[in-house]
Each structure stands twice: as structure tokens, then as C-alpha cells.
Ligand binder design. Structure first.
Ligand SMILES: [Zn+2]
Length: 69
């Protein structure tokens, strides 16, 4: 009957908004810069290198061993 139709619509809407919410919270937890890597500037030449490739010396970041000297 009419009440049943409304109930079905409500359930469908509730399920749809729940999936939408789950999807949006999923994408917001991903890193914002796309690569998932933080870029760090070299103290000597100001070149930006990924944090995993950076050479740290005396608390400063360098792009290569040569620049860390
Ligand atoms: Zn450098």
C-alpha cells in the first residue's frame, strides 16, 4: 500500500546516503598532493626532492651528497 511504498523509498534513500557518506570519508583520508610523498627543498640549490630521497645533515635537507658537504 501507500505506507509500504514510502517505507521502501526511505530505506532506499537511507542506504544510498550511507554509501555516499562512506565513499566521501574514504576519499578524504587519502593524501592531498596526489603522489603521497612530501617534497622537501634542498638547502643548497632549492631543488624539491621527495622526502624518501632527501639527505639530512645537521637537521637540514639536501638533494644530494655533494650539496650536503
Ligand atoms: Zn641541492
Amino acid at each position: 500500500m501507500f505506507i509500504k511504498l514510502i517505507l521502501v523509498l526511505l530505506l532506499g534513500w537511507a542506504g544510498f546516503s550511507l554509501i555516499k557518506r562512506l565513499k566521501s570519508s574514504d576519499s578524504s583520508s587519502q593524501p592531498k598532493n596526489g603522489h603521497g610523498q612530501k617534497m622537501v627543498a634542498c638547502e643548497t640549490c632549492d631543488t624539491h626532492v621527495p622526502e624518501s630521497d632527501v639527505i639530512v645533515k645537521n637537521g637540514k635537507n639536501y638533494c644530494s651528497k655533494e650539496h650536503a658537504e
